[in-house]
Design a protein around this ligand. Structure first.
Ligand code: DMJ
Length: 644
């Protein structure tokens, strides 16, 4: 064997090289391979060995992730789709659900216990079984004062501690399917303890914010610090009216003192027009209405006027970003487009600011946007694309239609502006009604095998059975429309979609919805909902509990309260951080290791807990839906008194 000459490049050829004739015997092949190996230069051999070692290491490193994911496919499910969830079981054939235990997470993922799963997901109301939430005793505060790491149910997660012992059990095995009358009575009676549980959740979230993030935008509860977005105390402002509604006066007064003495908008900082309108302007306006304290109105005027430069564009379609200190505005660095939902979901707030200040230019600016969007080409049966150009005023990136991110609150604000203004602005109503027909015609489908109604997406004529959790605002909006005299079939659709949104929670092992789901539509699928690996996170979003509030208020069906209560418990079980605060999580499919993301979004206090409180209250006059309209960040603004 002659060593091949050295080469500076790698050339590997397995055919037609070397001596000897081809005879396909095993021995020939073995010898031939060995000969070819020896013919390679040292560099070539080293490189091949290096690649093999690298592949081995990668394979080894990926093993836990792969097996973790594949665990979700067990439970007798033979499907090869790696993004699938557990198999839904028809109620009558349902095996006994596995009880929740406290997830006992060892420190090392490789030593994790096999998941004590939630049991097979079921297309039914889990709470319609004996021993349901109505029997749940709210745990006393003592749980909070337990020492970290010393007691059962307290789990050390990457140096932080999440106390799983503070949630109560939601369901028990072998229980009846129906909700008997006495159960309903119990649900109703339990309202007081439910409300205290929401207050307790709020206090816990607030403790984390106060201890580690006071005056900053968002709490990072695991690392016990904060993150800044605009540097304007976002969580504190978003939470003001929630504290007022929950009756947490001490906390409210502390926050108010911060607003009075520390909050200034005279800052050289870029803020997003939409986010600061719905969270800050909306939060200040609603707090003014609830308290009558002009401090909040003055602050609202200040931020409102500082946001106005956003509308100085060639088309009058506002830019996405404003520097509230300099009075300049601009689109994102990479485009001159704005998002359709963003420019059409600031109207409730600016209209109200005009009404309160008697300065019409706020309302005029946002009305101009609605008028232009009303007339634009590029809609599909009332459905809007996701982007609009601030120079031309035209839709861009056309052909994609969704009720999820970037379009969602356009539809919500059509209806809510109509209600806010006393149901007189027909153009808004027409656009809303047309859009709902567009949803029915183009985006509404049923899943297989259990026929869950869902809202998918359309991309250049191609339907995708993908639904964002964000879409779960829609049942509530539809119900609100029906309550205000719109067609009764809107309420039917609201109920169906509400069930779907609930299933998006309850079919997950943590009982918390992922950010995005995909519905199965093909014949022979064995489960309705799939979740892709990248979509398994939960950001503590409000949309489902928001819709539950509307459905409960308008139907008086206690099952919606029970569903909300169950969701609250699951937030407590999987997202509560012992040292204070709640965290968004990466993996709703893994109750043993939901993997905290270390962030408490301001909308958890501004929206999620507020909606839960109102849902679990039996007082329909606590923020009456006939007197207030919620902005898209759950800040209630008054329905204008009729002047006619
Ligand atoms: C909130 O900021 C608002 O509800 C918005 O309309 C959508 N995104 C979040 C909550 O998910």
């Amino acid at each position: 064997m002659h060593p091949p000459s050295r080469q500076d490049y790698v050339s590997i050829s397995f055919a037609g090289q070397g001596s000897g004739s081809y005879n396909n015997s095993k021995q020939w092949r073995r010898q031939s391979c060995w000969r070819k190996w020896k013919q390679l230069s040292r560099l070539q051999r080293s490189l091949i060995l290096f690649i093999l070692v690298l592949l081995f290491i990668c394979g080894f490193a990926a093993y836990p992730t792969v097996t973790e994911h594949l665990r979700g496919l067990t439970d007798g499910e033979q499907d090869t789709d790696t993004n699938s969830v557990l198999k839904p079981v028809i109620p009558q054939m349902m095996p006994e659900p596995v009880k929740h235990g406290h997830p006992a997470l060892p420190e090392q993922p490789s030593k994790r216990k096999l998941s004590n799963k939630r049991g097979p997901p079921i297309l039914q109301n889990r709470l319609q079984r004996k021993g349901n939430t109505s029997d749940i005793a709210v745990k006393d505060k003592a749980a909070d004062s337990k020492k970290e790491g010393e007691e059962e149910g307290v789990i050390s997660w990457r140096g932080a501690v999440i106390d799983t012992d503070q949630a109560t059990e939601g369901t028990k095995d072998g229980e009846k399917e129906d909700l008997p009358a006495n159960q309903e009575a119990k649900l109703s009676k339990n309202s007081a303890s439910w409300l205290e549980a929401v207050r307790e959740a709020f206090r816990h979230a607030w403790k984390g914010y106060k201890d580690f993030a006071w005056g900053h935008d968002e709490l990072r509860p695991i690392s016990k610090t904060y993150s800044e977005w605009f540097g304007l105390g976002l969580t504190l402002i978003d939470a003001l009216d929630t504290m007022w509604i929950l009756g947490l006066r001490e906390e409210f007064e502390e926050a108010k003192a911060w607003v009075a003495t520390e909050l200034t908008f005279n800052k050289n900082v870029d803020v997003n027009l939409f986010e600061s309108t719905i969270r800050i302007l909306g939060g200040l306006l609603s707090t003014y209405h609830l308290t009558g304290d002009t401090l909040f109105l003055d602050k609202a005027k200040d931020i409102g006027s500082r946001l106005m430069p956003a509308f100085n564009t060639p088309s009058k379609i506002p830019y996405s970003d404003v520097n509230i200190g300099k009075g300049t505005a601009h689109p994102p660095r990479w485009t001159s487009d704005s998002t359709v939902a963003e420019v059409t979901s600031i109207q409730l707030e600016f209209r109200e600011l005009s009404r309160l200040t008697q300065e019409p230019h706020y309302e005029a600016a946002v009305a101009e946007v609605m008028n232009q969007v009303h007339k634009l080409d590029g809609k599909l049966d009332g459905l809007v694309p996701m982007f609009i150009n601030t120079n031309s005023g035209q839709f861009t990136h056309q052909g994609i239609y969704t009720l999820g991110a970037r379009a969602d609150s356009y539809y919500e604000y059509l209806l809510k502006q109509w209600i806010q203004g006393g149901k007189k602005e027909n153009q808004l109503l027409e656009d809303y009604l047309q859009a709902i027909e567009g949803v029915k015609k183009n985006l509404l489908q049923k899943s297989t095998p259990n026929g869950l109604t869902f809202v998918g997406e359309l991309s250049h004529g191609q339907f995708s059975p993908k639904m964002d959790h964000l879409v779960c605002f829609l049942p509530g909006t539809l119900a609100l429309g029906a309550h205000n005299g719109l067609p009764a079939d809107h309420m039917d659709l609201a109920k169906q979609l509400m069930e779907t949104c609930y299933q998006m929670y309850i079919q997950m092992e943590t009982g918390l919805s992922p950010e995005i789901v995909h519905f199965n539509m093909h014949q022979g699928s064995t489960r309705d909902i799939d979740v892709k690996l990248a979509d398994r996170h939960n950001l503590l979003r409000p949309e489902t509990v928001e819709s539950l509030l509307y459905l409960y208020r308008f139907t008086k069906d206690h099952k919606y309260q029970a569903w909300g209560w169950e969701i609250l418990q699951n937030f407590n079980k999987y997202t509560k951080v012992s040292s204070g605060g709640y965290t968004s999580i990466n993996n709703v499919r893994d109750p043993d290791y939901p993997s905290p993301r270390d962030k408490m979004e301001s909308f958890f206090l501004g929206e999620t807990l507020k909606y839960l409180y109102l849902l679990l209250s039996d007082d329909p006059n606590l923020i009456s839906l006939d007197q207030y309209v919620f902005n898209t960040e759950a800040h209630p603004l008054p329905i204008w008194p009729s002047t006619a």
